[in-house]
Write a protein that binds this ligand. Structure first.
Ligand SMILES: [Zn+2]
Length: 125
């Protein structure tokens, strides 16, 4: 019930909230609901348990990710930066990406948690 052909899950809202918002809900939720691959065991049994927290049913791994999906575009770039320890050229790329596509909520949360990780890495090394 509520699902329609044209607006999919957003059919549950009926005519409320406007077309653009209902469209972006469908975009985010379809990504959120589809099965995600576990970074540890690579099986498709990852579930989102809360904002930015994901859990693999198979190997019991709990890990942080984007607000709605385990991997976001900006998160992938930051991970690459941490791995290769080349920050400046990649940072440029990240700035360009975030300027292009402003998704404030997801990006902010992602960058906040990633920055903490960066600091930890430096302290250890
Ligand atoms: Zn797993």
């Amino acid at each position: 019930m509520g699902d329609t052909k044209k607006v999919k899950y957003a059919g549950r809202f009926g005519p409320r909230y406007g077309k653009a918002i209902r469209e972006s809900i469908v975009e985010v939720e379809s990504k959120q609901r589809k099965k995600h691959t576990c970074p540890k065991c690579e099986s498709e049994s990852v579930k989102r348990i809360s904002t930015g927290i994901f859990f693999c049913k198979k190997c019991n791994a709990k890990f942080a990710g984007g607000a709605y999906t385990p991997n976001t575009m900006s998160g992938t770039i930051v991970k690459k930066m941490v791995r290769t320890k080349t920050f400046l050229p990649m940072l440029k790329e990240l700035m360009e990406q975030t300027e292009k596509k402003l998704e404030p909520r997801e990006n902010k949360e992602k960058q906040g948690s990633q920055k903490m990780e960066d600091k930890n890495q430096f302290d250890e090394g």
